[in-house]
Design a protein. Structure first.
Ligand code: GLA
Ligand code: ZN
Length: 692
């Protein structure tokens, strides 16, 4: 199996800005020397270079870039080449103010910053296309250039007249008649009816913000317009003659864009990961960052790239915390475990001035090779070289936890049961965490993706249903699937209009119940769920719940657990319903983590869902990648104590930082018990069983 980048190695390197050092050729020489020492094989260049590439309108200077690409290539280092659209030169903003965004209060921004251009501006598109075409023609077939990095961290929105027009066109395309739009947005409320598409304005604090349908469609439009720009840049690259893969770097938990919609213009997904390690227990951070890796992998369901990460401390978080020894290695290999074919950093050499001068880098202002950070980076490089067999290997998951952008947008915008926090992401994370504790790989698809391949599908707080999702879930259960659904699901249609006739919409029969009311709890309140005697799932403990408590009326479902307090003591908290060939479990309240841990342990046992290990201590992550013939289990200890993991039969240790690199006789080969020091990573292998 080969990675899309065509490389049989895991990429190691990152953002490199030689344009900041053109007056210091000796520094550029040193960079290459240090890169080679640190096993750096890839750089990302040109991301913010427009000002140097086109210093005056129509005057292009590419020689410096060509020299860099060539020299790096001669030294075995590949280039990921960026289009420079994320930051524009000053001359352009001065001559063509339309390239500057207008904010939601309808004020045009001044020149400055980055990531702030108008996606609709014909001038910006013309200038972007011109430079992208030239870059593609010049470097698109260069053997040292392995892929394209479109712009940088797409985000933001523009409310200028050009964008307003595009929005109106987009709405007209979608709804055809203004009557249909008025119906979809429920504009009769407060007499907000529109008479024509030309009257529509994007949401603004100075105007309309209460029509939830408008807010939701605006978010969708921003994604469409950004996607259109991305595809426009991709086309320029293709028209320039380059057919190298194209990526765009995504951000952590970014809510401004639906990445599912954006990524169909990409050959592979990449993203930038900056966890606040050491702020709490490392394992807590590892779970969160593991979930983000899995969200990114699930977008295209294939290996992704870690495009940026920090080799040391960032300079934009509240506190700029250094990574303790071993942390960089563990964090980097965690990305690989979850499906990344790279470990790339921001940045390779620290800039001398401006806003990121104190952001961690592989080479710092001191400039010598004898630094702790460079040693840690070198260590990562060594391990990645040993793990090159993982390049392009896939991740198979039997369990999925739904994570849907549109539903989240609508839920967090709606004024509903708890305006002081619904905890959507935290709720998703509770199921995710519990399944990962069992050593299971987990996908996080949205409502547009297929669910057929999963034995277990968890649907937490799926407030909005779109694309006949209820039908698809019903079919899934009818066909024998196991569905776990929670409170606050199937409440509204794709325009955020409440379903009439009972919820969870379309699934009341399958779940064997109907939701009747939902209680928001104050921060200091809690209720409890206690098991009924002799419940069929064998639940035995009582757990606390907070924030949201839904009341349901069962119609065929078995009550497994019930509330203990308040006027709804005795109402169901957890139910189970056999429906056709499948099973539906319904969770009524925001339960504590231990509830989820115990629930999935029971379900996994019932369904014979197994990871590679029987016993996984708290703090250890077990993740599997596969090349179709062999499975590779990656074990990582994120706890602060040594940990013992008991693997199933047949797993062989093949790569271990301590053993392979530092010990001569590998006496722990062929073992089934793994001992891991804090922050240690070990890789095991097993021949895949023939499929019956
Ligand atoms: C983002 C950007 C980079 C850099 C880093 C700093 O991810 O893409 O250009 O600013 O943050 O952490
Ligand atoms: Zn605009």
């Amino acid at each position: 199996m080969n990675a899309i980048t065509g490389q049989k190695r895991l990429l190691h390197g990152g953002d490199y800005n030689p344009e900041q050092w053109l007056k210091h050729p000796e520094i550029l020489e040193k960079d290459i020397e240090y890169f080679k020492k640190a096993h750096i094989n890839t750089v990302s260049m040109g991301i913010f270079s427009w000002g140097v590439l086109e210093p005056e309108e129509g005057k292009y200077e590419f020689q410096w870039l060509e020299d860099r690409i060539n020299q790096l290539y001669e030294n075995g280092i590949s280039t990921i080449l960026a289009t420079p659209s994320a930051a524009r030169p000053k001359w352009m903003a001065d001559k063509y103010p339309e390239v500057l965004q207008i904010d939601e209060t309808r004020h045009r921004k001044l020149f400055g910053g980055r990531h702030n251009f108008c996606h609709s501006s014909p001038v910006y598109r013309e200038k972007t296309r011109a430079i992208d075409l030239m870059l593609s023609k010049k470097f698109g077939k260069h053997p040292g250039v392995i892929m394209w990095h479109i712009s940088n961290e797409f985000g933001g929105e523009c409310h200028c007249p050009l964008c307003q027009d595009k929005f109106r066109q987009w709405l007209e395309n979608k709804y055809k008649t203004i009557d249909a739009l008025n119906d979809a947005w429920c504009t009769t409320f407060w007499s907000h009816q529109y008479q024509s598409f030309s009257q529509i304005e994007s949401p603004s604090p100075r105007g309309e913000r209460q029509l939830h349908g408008l807010n939701l469609d605006w978010k969708r439009f921003v994604t469409e317009q950004t996607r259109d720009f991305l595809l426009f840049e991709r086309q320029a690259i293709r028209d320039g003659g380059s057919d190298k893969p194209v990526t765009a770097n995504f951000m952590y938990d970014y809510q401004g864009l639906d990445y599912h919609r954006l990524c169909d213009g990409l050959d592979l997904v990449s993203w930038d990961n900056y966890p606040t390690w050491h702020k709490r227990e490392e394992y807590e951070t590892a779970i969160d960052s593991g979930m983000q890796h899995d969200i990114m992998r699930t977008l295209l369901k294939k290996p992704f790239l870690l495009m940026e990460s920090c080799p040391s401390a960032t300079n934009w978080q509240g506190v700029s915390k250094l990574k303790k020894p071993g942390m960089l290695e563990a964090a980097s290999l965690q990305a690989v475990a979850h499906g990344s074919d790279s470990v790339l950093y921001f940045q390779l050499r620290q800039s001398q001035g401006a806003s990121e001068k104190f952001h961690g880098a592989v080479i710092d202002h001191y400039g010598g090779p004898d630094t702790r950070v460079l040693r840690e980076v070198t260590r990562v490089g060594e391990r990645l070289s040993n793990l090159s067999f993982l390049t392009g290997t896939e991740t198979e998951a039997k369990a999925a936890v739904l994570f849907d952008w549109h539903s989240r947008w609508a839920m967090e915008n709606a004024q509903g049961p708890r305006n002081d926090g619904l905890y959507y992401k935290e709720t998703v994370s509770k199921s995710y965490r519990a399944l990962r504790r069992l050593g299971l790989n987990v996908d996080l698809p949205d409502m547009t993706q297929s669910l057929d391949q999963y034995s277990l599908v968890v649907v937490p707080m799926a407030y909005l249903f779109r694309g006949q999702f209820e039908e698809r879930l019903k079919n899934y259960v009818e066909g024998g699937g196991c569905l776990v659904m929670t409170y606050w699901s199937g409440i509204v249609d794709e325009n955020d209009r409440c379903f009439l006739g009972g919820t969870p919409h379309g699934l009341m029969e399958a779940a064997g119940l109907r939701s009747t009311e939902i209680d928001g709890l104050y921060d200091w309140e809690e209720n409890h769920g206690r098991p009924l005697e002799k419940n069929s799932l064998g639940m035995t403990r009582t757990y606390s719940c907070r924030n949201l408590c839904e009341l349901v009326k069962t119609d065929g479902a078995e009550i497994i657990m019930e509330y203990t307090d308040d006027f709804y003591a005795g109402y169901p908290v957890l139910t189970s319903h056999l429906y056709k060939k499948g099973q539906v479990y319904y969770i009524c309240a925001d339960m504590e983590q231990a509830f989820y841990d115990d629930l999935y342990e029971k379900l996994a046992a019932l369904m014979d869902l197994k990871g590679p290990a029987e016993v996984i201590p708290e703090g250890v992550e077990v993740t599997v990648r596969t090349d179709g013939e062999k499975d590779y289990a990656i074990l990582q200890n994120f706890s602060r104590q040594p940990a013992k993991v008991k693997l199933d039969q047949g797993w062989t240790l093949i790569e271990n930082g301590t053993l392979i690199l530092e010990t001569e006789n590998n006496h722990r080969d062929q073992q089934e018990e793994a001992w891991l020091n804090p922050l240690e990573t070990q890789v095991f292998c097993k021949i895949k069983k023939e499929q019956a």
